[in-house]
Structures are given as structure tokens and as C-alpha cells.
Design a protein around this ligand. Structure first.
Ligand code: TRP
Length: 330
């Protein structure tokens, strides 16, 4: 009998991951693997709520699996699965749909944003996105959900749905807690907006040293530090936030001190960051390449993940059916 509490989180297979994804969610997902039974999903049904290219989907899903494993999700410790291969996700989502008021969904910030950006594509799936996410989490009775801070409103909604289910029927699901990492948000190279593919302000996990340096060298730092001789404030600097995610404590302390006293300039600080970031990313890139050359292994991991996920999901659904009085007759 497995006594460890469960964790669920998901990543959409929608192309290259950037260091904002890695630092905001993945590093956190990786660090929970020892203490919890973790289920990590490649959430392809979520990726279908915005325009996508079906011809690229299959490869994006594979790439997402590679990213997970290369970044440090260990398939021996955690369950790595594709959402659409465990049909209980959508089945539970339907059931949760019937207890979720529309008004809760209309006020979700990501829905309002996406609808504004793309009024012709405001489909039901987009509105329902948070309910599917609640189903992902509840299916495994997860108690902890590592996410970046942009996901907090979704998590709050999951908790509301859990409470509603538990009060309408028998208490069945735990209320999940969001877990932010030590660095929950990295801004883009512009130092203002969050790092986002559509804003073209990202460093990608597969960027090479030259690309990274080109991007870092022009990235915005503390805007009040105009000259090399001005002291800066690390707490106002996105480059320093990146240090916190990639550098050793010694380097972090050194850069903070020397920035405040104008002992080093921003470029010096960026060079130290470059070394540390490359050290991390080159390791991930090396593992990615190996995994890409070993397709069999990745597919085996996914098949095994599906099996293990399905077992847990089926147990939860049996409870849910019994609670609702459905699937009694076959
Ligand atoms: N919405 C999440 C994102 O875009 C992805 C996701 C789907 C998720 N289901 C989830 C995250 C369940 C945590 C738990 O980042």
C-alpha cells in the first residue's frame, strides 16, 4: 500500500519550453519526486483549446515527454502519462461540468484574456479548460499541485469544485494545495512582461550558448542603474531572479553584493549567469539528444505511465460512479 501523498501537474505539448516554464513549474515538479507519488501529464486535450496544427501534435507530444525526462522527471519514481490516453480525464470532466456553475468559469482571467485575443475562437473547450484541469487533479486525488503563479486562479477553482462535489455527494476528494517553487516567475528579456512565446522574449531550453548570450547581453536589468558606476538593486532585476534559479548560493551572494556596491557591472553579472545557465541547460540538452535517439525507451516510459495512471484513475472513477448511481447496469 502506497502511503505517500499524491502530486499532479501537467504541461501542454505546445512547442518548445522556455526557462520560465522550467523554473516556474518544472524545477518544482522535479524536487517533489522523492517525497510524493507524482503523476505528471502531457495535457494534450488542454492544448486543443487554442488553434493548433494536428500534423504537429504527435511530435509535440513526444517532444514534451523528452523535455520532462531530460529535465529530470525520473520515470522510475514518477508516473509520466499522456492525458488523452487515460480517458477517465474527460469522463470525470463531464461529471464535474454538471456541478460547476457557468458563472465560475466566466470570471477566470485566462478565459477572458484568450477570448479577447481571439474572439472567433472562443470555443467551449476554452471555457471548460479549468474543469478539465480540476478533473486531472481530482482523478488522482492529488493533494499538492506544483505550478507557476499564473495557474493560481485555476487551482482556486479546482478547490471550489472539490468542495462542491464533497458537499453535494459524499466527501470523496481532498482539497489540493498549489505549490509555488522558490522562483515562481521569471520575466521575459524585456524585464516587464512574463516570459511568453507569443511575446518573443524567451530563452528556450534548447537554446545554444551563442543564442543565450545574444539574448542575455541585451536583456533589461534594473532600469534605474543607468551607468556602470551606479549601484543597482538586485531585487528589481530580472537577471538576478534568473541567478536565483540557476546559480549556486556563492554566486548569488556575490552578484547581489557587487551589484549593490557597483563593484561589477551588469555585463559581468550576466556572464556569471551565462556560465551557470549553460551548465544546467547543456546537461538537459545532452539528455534530450540521447532520448531522441532512443524513441523506444520514451514510448516504453509512456506506456508504463499510462498503465499506472489508469489503475489509479479507474479506482477513483468506481467511487464516483457508485456515488452518482451511474454505470450500475452493463
Ligand atoms: N494549465 C496548465 C498550464 O498551462 C497545465 C495543466 C493542465 C495543469 N492540467 C493541469 C497544471 C493540472 C497543473 C495541474 O500550465
Amino acid at each position: 500500500m502506497n502511503q505517500r501523498k499524491r502530486v499532479f501537474s501537467g504541461i501542454q505539448p505546445s512547442g518548445r519550453l522556455h526557462i520560465g516554464n522550467y523554473v516556474g513549474a518544472m524545477q518544482n515538479m522535479i524536487s517533489l519526486q522523492e517525497e510524493y507519488e507524482c503523476v505528471y501529464g502531457i495535457v494534450d486535450y488542454h492544448a486543443m483549446t487554442v488553434r493548433f496544427d494536428p500534423a504537429k501534435m504527435q511530435e509535440s507530444i513526444f517532444d514534451c515527454a523528452v523535455d520532462y525526462i531530460a529535465a529530470g522527471i525520473d520515470p522510475e519514481k514518477s508516473i509520466l502519462m499522456i492525458q488523452s490516453t487515460v480517458s477517465e480525464h474527460t469522463e470525470l470532466a463531464w461529471i464535474l461540468n454538471t456541478i460547476t456553475p457557468i458563472s465560475w468559469l466566466l470570471r477566470v482571467p485566462t478565459f477572458k484574456e484568450k477570448r479577447q485575443q481571439n474572439p472567433d475562437y472562443a470555443n467551449m473547450g476554452l471555457l471548460d479548460y479549468p474543469v478539465l484541469m480540476a478533473a486531472d487533479i481530482m482523478l488522482y486525488k492529488a493533494e499538492v499541485v506544483p505550478v507557476g503563479d499564473d495557474q493560481l486562479p485555476h487551482l482556486e477553482l479546482t478547490r471550489e469544485i472539490v468542495r462542491r462535489f464533497n458537499s453535494l455527494f459524499r466527501p470523496t476528494f481532498p482539497e489540493p494545495q498549489a505549490k509555488l517553487g522558490p522562483v515562481s516567475r521569471i520575466l521575459g528579456l524585456d524585464g516587464v512582461n512574463k516570459m511568453s512565446k507569443s511575446l518573443d522574449n524567451c530563452i528556450y531550453l534548447d537554446d545554444k550558448r551563442e543564442d543565450i548570450w545574444r539574448k542575455l547581453s541585451t536583456a533589461v536589468t534594473d532600469v534605474r542603474r543607468k551607468r556602470r558606476t551606479d549601484p543597482g538593486n538586485p531585487d528589481e532585476c530580472n537577471i538576478f531572479t534568473m541567478h536565483k534559479a540557476f546559480s549556486k548560493p556563492d554566486d548569488i551572494a556575490y552578484c547581489a553584493r557587487e551589484c549593490r556596491t557597483a563593484g561589477i557591472g551588469c555585463l559581468d553579472c550576466k556572464k556569471i549567469l551565462l556560465e551557470n545557465m549553460c551548465c544546467d541547460l547543456e546537461q538537459i540538452q545532452g539528455r534530450s539528444e540521447q532520448l531522441r535517439n532512443n524513441r523506444e525507451h520514451v514510448l516504453h516510459v509512456l506506456a508504463q505511465g499510462r498503465r499506472r495512471a489508469k489503475e489509479i484513475a479507474a479506482r477513483t472513477m468506481d467511487e464516483v460512479y457508485a456515488e452518482l448511481g451511474i454505470k450500475v447496469y452493463h
